[in-house]
Design a protein around this ligand. Structure first.
Ligand code: AHM
Ligand code: MG
Length: 341
């Protein structure tokens, strides 16, 4: 799956940067597109390069630890959370096609451009997912989802909320970046899932994983088993069945990293309802929906415990949801155990 390479010897395949790939895909699938969408995506690549540069220097510069504030979720903000949020707001806020930005770190959406005809998109994001892992050198990431703003006329009370309260099925693009052993950007615009590894020596995301497909069956399940006694019975039964089939387990505690492994190696990731989080912990708009879009585009699926995650109609920006996402075999078994036992 890994493409070409250009170490000592250039491969025959041309080096393809993320930017070139966006433009190429647009030319192929939307020949009349203006190119503004690719320009918008370049805001994400720029911001995530800035974030990864800070992550790579964590421990050397004063960026580790708590900021001293609590975010809208009631969680301690880390300095890197705050930096990552600012980088994305800055890099995306200056793109003309962006009208609204909504972040895990901000209570309300931010309208950067009122109803200008060009400002067609709303972007929701988790600037730094897995923050509890920052201080201990474990992978963290950024997750984003891009929506087209509805064309209906704005109301007086319109603060951008209606722009982002859309089901995941309306996403135009979604992706994530994992700041792991290398930095990788994975995204979809509904034309398959593609991965680009950051080459730090040239500062470019280079195509490394074209058309990723999630294996039909994997060998890992990924869940926080410490909460198992509080899972609904169907989930406990499901995990028992996987264990009887000799699945092994992996859990990092950073959704992006746990999902990235699941995407490449197969298996299933679950964050079920728990005693502390009866409606699940993960956020529908900027965690579950983008991950679900990528999983579906790679041949897998994602459930909220009762049906397809992307069909959930959101009623608030920071709404939580259970999330079960994985390959075909594991999701079919999940449907038999939990969705329609
Ligand atoms: P965050 O966005 O504040 O970092 O929280 C979300 C994270 C996910 O990355 C991860 O899957 C989950 O929380 C881990 O939660 P837990 O520690 O309860 O297992
Ligand atoms: Mg998160």
């Amino acid at each position: 799956m890994v493409q070409g390479g250009y170490g000592e010897k250039f491969s025959d395949r041309p080096i393809m940067t993320a930017q070139q790939y966006f433009l190429e895909q647009q030319r192929q699938h939307f020949p009349d597109a203006s190119g503004e969408f690719s320009w918008l995506l370049s805001g994400i690549t720029l911001a995530t390069k800035m974030i990864q540069a800070k992550v790579r220097r964590a421990g050397l510069v004063d960026i580790l630890g708590e900021q001293g504030a609590v975010n809208v979720q009631g969680e301690e903000q880390q300095k890197l959370d705050v930096y990552a949020n600012r980088a994305l707001l800055h890099c995306l806020g200056v793109r003309d096609s962006v009208g609204v930005l909504a972040s895990e770190e901000n209570e309300e959406p931010i309208t950067v451009r009122s109803r200008s005809a060009n400002a067609k998109y709303a972007i929701v994001f988790d600037p730094l997912d897995g923050s509890s892992n920052i201080d201990v050198n474990v992978s963290v990431g950024t997750i984003f989802s891009i929506l087209r703003r509805p064309e209906s006329a704005p109301t007086a009370a319109d603060d951008g909320t209606s722009d982002v309260l859309q089901p995941g099925t309306t996403q135009v693009a979604a992706g994530y970046v994992v700041y792991g052993s290398s930095t990788i950007l994975v995204y979809t615009t509904g034309q398959g899932v593609h991965g680009f590894t950051l080459d730090p020596s040239v500062g470019a995301y280079v195509l490394s994983h074209e058309n990723i497909r999630i294996p039909e069956r994997g060998k890992y399940y990924s869940v926080n088993e410490a909460y198992q006694d509080g899972f609904p019975p169907g989930y406990r039964d499901y995990l028992d069945r996987l264990r009887r089939k000799h699945y092994s387990s992996r859990y990092i505690g950073s959704l992006v990293a746990d999902f990235h492994r699941t995407l490449l190696r197969g298996g299933v990731f679950l964050y079920p309802p728990t005693v502390d989080h009866p409606t699940g912990k993960l956020r529908l708009l900027y965690e579950a929906n983008p991950i679900a879009f990528i999983a579906e585009q790679a041949g897998g699926s994602a459930s909220n415990g009762t049906g397809r995650v992307m069909e959930s109609v959101p009623s608030s920006i920071h709404q939580r949801t259970p999330l079960i996402v994985g390959g075909r075999a594991e999701m079919e078994e999940f449907a038999r155990c939990v969705e329609a036992p």
